[in-house]
Design a protein around this ligand. Structure first.
Ligand SMILES: [Zn+2]
Length: 374
């Protein structure tokens, strides 16, 4: 995506930085530059980069722990307000969630310890204390930088461990509750705790005129609601087998069907994806986006065979719709092929998922569909 730039690839994970990140660099440069000229600008850029390197290491802590449990990690994106690691699947057990969540703050504890040790050895106890008391007020020196890095890592560790879902501490709380209560109930309680904390944060933000805290409180409030809705949706989808959910009367296309006819079939049937079959064998799948794109580029006379995907996510008929949804999320696919061993049974798309969501309000309050559908 053009909105973020890829910086590097570490352990198979794309490290990206959002373009708005430039504002933070500019802010850091200006803040120090206004008082200390060019030297301040350099210091501002350098210290901001180092601070966000600590955020990146925090996210790598989450990501590498997740990978150790076999959970794929697509990318880490650095935003002005922090980092986000995109896990391709959810942790399977409370212990997995607990350790993945703790790994991020643990990195900051280790970094803070390292900076503390460097300061202690280099400056002595009194020197280190002076450096900490002077953060932000002294000149752009190595001592100031050390104080900044030490202080920031302590704050990163403590702040992220506030038990408010979707922050790390909230995930730790959910994982601990899950051992006794199961994932669904634990998420409900953790989300309620998070919303109470968010309201308190919001009140504090207004009382002290703290804009950043206000923004965080809103993000936490809606993030917690989303987690709760997501978990509820997951519970109702877990009870339905994929093989039962597919539409046995769904329209199927032939490879020689024209794209124009396929678009007509899409409009008439309301289906968002079609299986492309040849003599009872599944050749590929064509989804709404691909049909519209090919119709626009090659015209309505083009064959569906040219628009279909030959490699597609698949799931067994016995698996649950929740498994199907997770696999769709992992593959960033608007559909998944359901098969009974060798035999093709049908497709699960947003339509099948929505039909089996018991509480209708789950959709409105942020049930997460694969990215292609939004
Ligand atoms: Zn974290």
């Amino acid at each position: 995506m053009f909105s973020s730039l890829r910086l590097a690839r570490v352990f198979g994970i794309d490290i990206k930085v959002h373009v708005s990140f430039a504002l933070i660099l500019a802010f850091g440069a200006m803040q120090w530059g206004s008082a200390f000229g060019l030297r301040g600008v350099a210091f501002g850029l350098f210290s901001t980069t180092l601070l966000f390197s600590c955020v990146l290491l925090h996210e790598l802590g989450h990501s590498l722990t997740a990978k150790a449990y076999g959970i794929p990690v697509k990318e880490i994106t650095l935003w002005p307000f922090g980092g986000v690691a995109q896990l391709g699947a959810k942790p399977k057990t409370p212990t997995e969630e607990l350790l993945i969540s703790l790994a991020g703050p643990a990195v900051n504890v280790v970094l803070a310890g390292a900076f503390f040790l460097i300061g202690w050895l280099g400056l002595g106890a009194e020197g280190l204390k002076a450096a900490m008391l002077d953060i932000g007020q002294t000149s752009p020196t190595v001592v100031t930088l050390l104080g900044l890095l030490l202080g920031s890592n302590v704050i990163l560790a403590v702040f992220n461990l506030i038990p408010a879902l979707p922050m790390d501490g909230g995930r730790v709380l959910r994982a601990l509750l899950s051992y006794r209560l199961g994932h669904g109930k634990a998420t409900g309680i953790a989300a309620t705790v998070a919303r109470v904390i968010a309201v308190a944060m919001f009140a504090g933000a207004i009382a002290f005129g703290h804009v950043m805290l206000g923004i965080i409180s809103v993000v936490v409030f809606f993030g917690a609601s989303r987690e709760a809705a997501d978990s509820k949706a997951g519970e109702s989808l877990s009870g339905v087998r994929a093989g039962v959910a597919v539409n046995p009367h769904a329209l199927v296309l032939a490879p020689s069907t024209s794209v124009g006819d396929a678009v007509k079939a899409m409009v008439n049937s309301g289906q968002s994806a079609f299986a492309v079959m040849h003599y009872g064998r599944l050749l590929g799948v064509v989804a709404r986006e691909a049909l519209i794109k090919v119709a626009g580029v090659e015209g309505p006379a083009a064959y569906v065979a040219g628009a279909m995907q030959r490699h597609f996510p698949m799931i067994d008929a016995q698996a649950s719709l929740e498994d199907a949804r997770q696999k769709m999320n992992e593959a960033v696919s608007p559909y998944i092929v359901v098969s009974d061993g060798e035999r093709y049974l049908g497709l699960v798309t947003e339509i099948e998922l929505t039909r089996h969501l018991v509480p209708a309000q789950s959709m409105a309050s942020g049930f997460k569909l694969p990215r292609g559908l939004r």
